[in-house]
Design a protein around this ligand. Sequence first.
Ligand SMILES: C[S@@+](CC[C@H](N)C(=O)[O-])C[C@H]1O[C@@H](n2cnc3c(N)ncnc32)[C@H](O)[C@@H]1O
Length: 325
Amino acid sequence: MAGEGLDAALVTARARYPQAAQVVEDLAPTLLRGQLERLLATRGEDFWAEAERLVGYAQSLGGTPADSLLEYTVAYLKEQVRFVATGEYSNSDFETARAQVYDNADVMERFYLEGLLLTHAFWPIHFDIHRFFIEEFVSRVGDLGQGVEVGFGHGLYLLDVLSQRSRTQARGYDISNFSLDYAGRLLRHAGIGEERFQLGLTDVREGVPGEDACYDWAIFAEILEHIPDPQAALHELHRVLKPGCPLFATTVMNSNALDHLYLYREVGEVVAQLEEAGFEVVAQRLLRVADYGLDSRDPSEDVALVCIHRGAAGSQVAPAGDSGD
Ligand SMILES: C[S@@+](CC[C@H](N)C(=O)[O-])C[C@H]1O[C@@H](n2cnc3c(N)ncnc32)[C@H](O)[C@@H]1O
């Protein structure tokens, strides 16, 4: 189906991917049309399969996928237009973001969690980040032990690591009761046994729950830019992760949202913070809006990284067999 026009692709897709096809049809007259055409042209069946899966989750959880995705996209674009004009993020105060977003049912329940979930199929950059997550991170997660995700939001990353590693267990922490509710429902709906995950409320500014070196993997996706002191959170993740174990992290540069506080201007700043906290970056993907043919004037970039805990923060672990003499 790659290469067909949108209307022709819809005719073929309706039989195999009925829920995704309905959302594509609903969104076709909107500002998302160009993006959908590019997804169909470049991702074809992979797009349809992932869109059907995520739209299916959204609908089973009682959502309205086309509406939430459109509203999430428009909310992002409004803030990004402001950023392009001012060079600054709209918000610099965590408690404001908390009141306006994380504690606000009209945002979290109505469109934020579901819209963000769906971007992992319908936004080409998030689609690619999710592929990178499966290929570069889940492949490094062992099938036993316990991991942690902080700021899990909708819960898709937890779901996919728990589905693909059928004996590992997970703790998930988020500041929002709405995330707790949504992710819990998603995991249960997708058939993940209750004994395999525990979700709880935490403010990562106060630390990550867990003893030193107690987790076998960790995920910190799209939250570094949401907190005033990302470096402190990375130190906490380093503290709770076992040496040699993987961390998946994503963040954005020059990309505004109501709840973005920490402005990274270059990817080197992110890598420097990770290294200072004691991680070694072993895989990295930089995704520039301008490279996706979306808008060449938009300076927004995403980065996805897989890092390995390399022992003490800010130092290299001596390789096995090296006595240090
Ligand atoms: C942009 S969403 C990311 C969701 C998901 N990880 C993803 O990548 O799509 C950010 C999430 O971080 C949570 N969050 C924001 N500040 C937090 C804090 N201080 N402590 C814990 N969670 C926080 C929000 O409630 C929200 O669920």
